[in-house]
Design a binder for this molecule. Structure first.
Ligand SMILES: Cc1ncc(COP(=O)(O)O)c(C=O)c1O
Length: 367
C-alpha cells in the first residue's frame, strides 16, 4: 500500500517514514501481556539511553500529548514547602506557569525575552537572593513558539551551584539536539513521541534521575493519572503503564527509536540543519526576515516575520502550499506577526528546495 507523502513543516507531529506508519499495523494484543511489556521495556531503556545512563535515570511513559509529561513533572515533584522558579521566555514557559497556578505550587516566574538569550547573571541573582529557597527550576530547552534555543548547560551549572533540581521541557529538541542529562545536571526531562523522534502522537514521556524521583515518593498526589512516582513505581515492577496505553502508537515509537538509533542524534541534527540552511538561504533571497537571531537559534523551527506586501495573506499562502503537499504553521507570539516553518521529521534537503521553489511561486502570484 502506498501512503501519500505529505511534508509537515509545522512543529510536530512531524513527517514520519512509511516504516514507522506501517509499524502500527500489528496483530491485536493485550497491553498487559509479557510480549508487550518487552516492547515497553525496550522503549523506556532506549529513550533513557539517548540522554543518560539507565543506571541513574529512567523513562516513565504516559498516554497523552506532550503537555501531559510537563504537567506530570510539575504536579508530582514540587512539594508544598518547595519553590519552583519557572523561566518564561515563550508560550511553553507560560504554559508551565499556568500548570503551576492550577496546582497551587509556590512558583516564581522569571520572565525573559522571547527572542534573546536568558540573562544568566540576573537568573543567578534571583536564585541567590530569593527569600524562599528555590528548590526547583524549570525551563524550555527549545521554545517551539519562536525557535529560540536556551543554553541549558549554563542553567544546569547555576542549578548545581545552588542545589536546585532542574526540569527541562525538551519537547522539540529531544532526539535532535544532543543532551547529556547528567553532565547538564538535569533531573527531569519531558518530551513526546511525535516531534524529532519521528514517531506518532499519543505518547509523552518523562526521563528522571532515579534518586530525585525516589525522593518524591511521599509527596501527596495532586492528581491520579499524571502522578510521576506512581507511574514509575508501577512501571518498574511490571513494564506496564497504570492505564491503557495507545498500543499501536507504542509499536510506531519502537520503530522510530530504531530508526533514530540507526541515524544517530548527531547526524539527525546535521540533516535538520542542512534543511534549515536551505530554508534560510531561500528566505533571504525572498527578502523575508527571521524573528530570532542566528546565534540564539535552534535551526529546528524558524519564525518568519510576515512581509508587508499588498495581497499577502497567511491563509492564502498556507492553502497554496498545502494543496501542493506542504504544511506550514501560523505564528505564536504577540511581539510580531509571524509564521513558522519547522524543518524536523523525515525530510531531506531536496524537500526544502522544493518548498522554497513553491514559496517563490506563491510570492510571484501576488507581486
Ligand atoms: C516546547 C513544548 N512544550 C510543550 C508542548 C506541548 O505539547 P503538546 O501540544 O503535544 O501537548 C509543545 C508542543 O509543541 C512544545 O513545543
Amino acid at each position: 500500500m502506498e501512503v501519500k507523502r505529505n511534508i509537515l513543516l509545522n512543529p510536530g507531529p512531524a513527517t514520519t517514514t512509511d516504516s514507522v506508519k506501517f509499524a502500527q499495523v500489528v496483530p491485536d494484543i493485550c497491553p498487559r501481556e509479557k510480549e508487550f511489556g518487552l516492547i515497553m521495556e525496550f522503549i523506556s531503556k532506549e529513550l533513557t539511553n539517548m540522554v543518560a545512563s539507565n543506571d541513574k535515570y529512567t523513562t516513565v511513559l504516559f498516554g497523552g500529548s506532550g503537555t501531559a509529561s510537563v504537567e506530570a513533572i510539575l504536579s508530582s515533584v514540587v512539594d508544598n514547602n518547595d519553590t519552583i522558579l519557572i523561566i518564561n521566555n515563550g508560550a511553553y514557559g507560560k504554559r508551565m506557569c499556568e500548570i503551576a497556578e492550577i496546582y497551587n505550587l509556590n512558583y516564581i516566574e522569571f520572565k525573559s525575552s522571547p527572542i534573546d538569550a536568558i540573562d544568566f547573571v540576573k537568573l543567578e541573582e534571583i536564585i541567590k537572593h530569593s527569600k524562599k529557597k528555590i528548590t526547583h527550576l524549570s525551563v524550555v530547552h527549545h521554545e517551539t513558539s519562536t525557535g529560540l534555543l536556551s543554553d541549558i548547560k549554563r542553567i544546569g551549572e547555576i542549578c548545581k551551584k545552588y542545589g536546585v533540581e532542574m526540569i527541562v521541557d525538551a519537547m522539540s529538541s529531544f532526539a535532535a539536539i544532543p543532551i547529556d542529562m547528567e553532565e547538564m545536571n538535569i533531573k527531569y526531562l519531558a518530551s513526546s513521541a511525535n516531534k524529532c523522534i519521528q514517531g506518532m502522537a499519543g505518547i509523552s514521556f518523562v526521563i528522571s534521575n532515579i534518586d530525585s524521583l525516589e525522593k518524591t515518593k511521599n509527596i501527596k498526589a495532586r492528581n491520579l493519572y499524571l502522578n510521576l512516582y506512581k507511574q514509575y513505581d508501577y512501571f518498574k515492577n511490571t513494564y506496564q503503564m497504570r492505564f491503557t496505553p495507545p498500543v499501536q502508537v507504542i509499536y510506531a515509537l519502537k520503530q522510530a527509536i530504531i530508526e533514530c538509533n540507526n541515524e544517530t542524534i548527531e547526524k539527525r541534527y546535521s540533516r535538520y540543519k542542512m534543511c534549515c540552511n536551505i530554508l534560510w538561504d531561500g528566505l533571504e533571497k525572498l527578502g523575508l526576515n527571521k524573528l530570532v537571531d542566528e546565534k540564539n537559534h535552534s535551526m529546528l523551527i524558524t519564525s518568519v516575520i510576515e512581509p508587508q506586501i499588498k495581497g499577502y495573506s497567511f491563509e492564502k499562502m498556507h492553502k497554496y502550499l498545502y494543496d501542493r503537499g506542504f504544511t506550514i504553521y501560523p505564528g505564536k507570539i504577540s511581539l510580531e506577526n509571524t509564521f513558522r516553518i519547522a524543518n524536523i521529521g523525515e525530510i531531506y534537503p531536496e524537500d526544502m528546495e522544493k518548498f522554497i521553489k513553491l514559496l517563490k511561486e506563491y510570492f510571484n502570484t501576488i507581486v
